[in-house]
Design a protein around this ligand. Sequence first.
Ligand code: NAP
Ligand code: MG
Length: 405
Amino acid sequence: MIKKIIMNVPIVEMDGDEMTRIIWKLIKDILLEPYLELNTEYYDLGLKHRDDTDDQVTLDAAAATKKHGVAVKCATITPNAQRVEEYGLKQMWKSPNATIRAILDGTVFRAPIVINSIKPSVSTWKKPITIARHAYGDIYKSVEYRVEDAGKAELVFTGKDGKQVKQTIFEFEGPGVIMGMHNTDDSIKSFARSCFNYALDVKQDLWFSTKDTISKQYDHTFKDIFQEIYDQEYKAKFEQAGIEYFYTLIDDAVARVIRSEGGMVWACKNYDGDVMSDMIATAFGSLAMMTSVLVSPEGFYEYEAAHGTVTRHYYRHLKGEETSTNSMATIFAWTGALAKRGEMDGNAELIDFANALERASIRTIEEGVMTKDLASLSDTKDITVVNTEDFLREVGKRLDSILSE
Ligand code: NAP
Ligand code: MG
C-alpha cells in the first residue's frame, strides 16, 4: 500500500442530504481515505442537524471557511412547506447556500466537466465555459406592484438629509405592472474582484456583459465599476498572465459565445447568469456534470456540485432499489478543494493526487463505464451502465493505475 498523503491544514467539510449524502460517504471511503490522511473540519449540514442546531451549524461552517480558506460542500435540501412536514422542522430554514454566500460575500462560478466522448450541442465548443453569476440584487430583491387602473407611477428617492429626487416612471391609462429594483456599488465591486481573481486563478479570459446602451445608469454602473477595478488593480496582472478582460453588450456576448471555442469565464448579472448557466449546462450535456465554486473577494473558496440532492434517486435507494446516480460533480468538488488546499499550503503531492483523481474519473467515462444519465449522451461504442457505487469502484481502479504509473 502507498504511503498516505498528509494534509497539514484542514478543509472545511459540509455534509448534506439524501442521495448526495450517500455518495459523499462512498467517495470518502473509496476514493479519498485509502490515499489521504484526510484532514477535515466536519460540519453536518444535513437538514435534521440544521434543525436541531437552529441552523447555527450553517453559520459555524461559513465562519470556519473564513478561517481555513477552503471548503467542500455536499448538496443540501432547501426546505419548502413539504419538507417542513417531512422532517418535522421547527421552521422553514433558509437555503444554506444563500446563508453561506451572504457571509462569504461570494460569487458562484459554474463550469462543466468536459468529456471527449460527450459532445456539446454547440459543435464549435472545445473547452469549458464558466459562468460567473452575480448573486445579489436586481429582480431577485425587487418590489413589484400590479397596477389595476389608470394612474401615475413615480420613482422617489429620499436622501439622509430628507431631500427627494422624483421621476415619473409611467402615466398609466389602464392596468399594467411596475417594479423597483436595486444594487449596491459594494456588491458590484465584490463581484468584479471575485471574477478578476477567478480568471487569474484559472488563466482564462474574462468576459463581462450588460445592457448598458439601454440602461444608461443601472447597467452602465456595472460596466464602469468593472472597468475601474480592472484598470486600477488587475490590468498588469492580466497582462502578465496573458489573459484578457473583454466587455461587450449582453446580446453581442450571446452571439460570440455560441461562435466561440469556449475556454472563457463569462461574468453575468444576476438574471442573465441564472438563465445562461442552465443553457450552458444543458448544452454541455447534463446538470450532473456541472461543478460550482463560491469565491469570496478575499479569496476563500467553497466547492460543490451544481445539482441538488437527487431526491428521486434517494427515495428509490430507500426502497432498496439500485440507483445509478452520477457522482462526477461531487468528486470534482472534492478534487477542486483538495487542489486548492494543496496550492495554498504548497503541498504538491496533494495537488497531484487531485489531478490524478480527476483524470481517473474522466478516463472511466471515456472508456465507456458510466452512470445511466450519461449513456444516451455518450458516443462511445461499448457502454457499460453501472450503479452508483460501482462507478466509484471503477474510478478507484483507474486511480490506482494512474498513481502507480
Ligand atoms: P436535483 O437534485 O438536481 O435533481 C433533479 C433531477 O436531475 C434528478 O431527479 C435527476 O433526474 C437529475 N439529476 C440531478 N443530479 C443528478 C446526478 N448527480 N445523477 C443523475 N441524475 C441527476 O434537483 P431537485 O430534484 O429539483 O432538488 C432536490 C433537492 O435538492 C431539493 O430539496 C433542493 O432544495 C435541493 N437542491 C440543492 C442544491 C444545493 O445544495 N446546491 C441545488 C439544487 C437543489 P432523473 O430523476 O430524471 O434521473
Ligand atoms: Mg435557474
